[in-house]
Design a protein around this ligand. Structure first.
Ligand SMILES: [Fe+2]
Length: 200
């Protein structure tokens, strides 16, 4: 069992359902907790993908889209300062701030093999699928002279099959995440390329 296993499956208080924080506050928290610009960009990319997915694929209204976006934006907020307690610190911070329990559960379940929390909702399952793939695709774009321009799904697939490339990205987790949703790996890669290429 990982030392980062959260050891529980209930998060937040149901009476806070619908309560989020202003995006400016979330960005302020990121700026304070995450000096690493590249890690902040990763969270902004995941947030953009999550929000776009909610609106385009789940027909989300404004509140629902904001929940997906907030979960994406803060999912790794404690990673840089508290690597050994990653996830527990941000989960407890959001509980202290009385944030919607669905958002907190989503963050707590974004790495089931590490945090020991199973993704339940569609939002949970999508952050799990989008998170590692988003980082992987960004790594694949960074080594190209034209970055995202002309980046094709097939070249991302090829890199996924090459264990040495971005070796820290778990192919097992990606496959596991994809097996939990009814979207193909190819479709999700294309979606992520389209929605994170202009995020800065
Ligand atoms: Fe992440």
């Amino acid at each position: 069992m990982s030392t980062r296993n959260l050891g529980r499956s209930e998060f937040g208080d149901p009476k806070n359902t619908g309560d989020l924080m202003p995006l400016e506050d979330a960005h302020a928290l990121l700026n304070e907790w995450v000096p690493n610009e590249r890690l902040r960009l990763h969270m902004k990319q995941v947030a953009a993908n999550m929000k776009a997915w909610a609106i385009e694929k789940e027909g989300a209204d404004e509140l629902k889209a904001s929940k997906w976006e907030l979960a994406g934006l803060l999912h790794d907020a404690d990673w840089e300062k508290y690597p050994d307690d990653h996830c527990r610190i941000i989960v407890e911070e959001l509980e202290r701030r009385n944030i919607d329990p669905e958002v907190i559960h989503c963050i707590a379940s974004h790495g089931p093999s590490v945090f020991g929390v199973e993704p339940v909702s569609k939002m949970d399952k999508m952050i799990y699928a989008i998170d590692e793939l988003s980082g992987f695709i960004h790594a694949a774009a960074l080594i190209r002279p034209t970055l995202y321009e002309g980046l094709e799904v097939k070249s991302v697939l090829k890199r996924l099959k090459s264990p040495a490339f971005a070796a820290q990205v778990s192919r097992e987790d990606i496959n596991d995440a994809i097996s939990r949703i009814d979207t193909t790996l190819e479709e999700l890669i294309q979606f992520i390329i389209d929605h994170q290429k202009n995020i800065s």
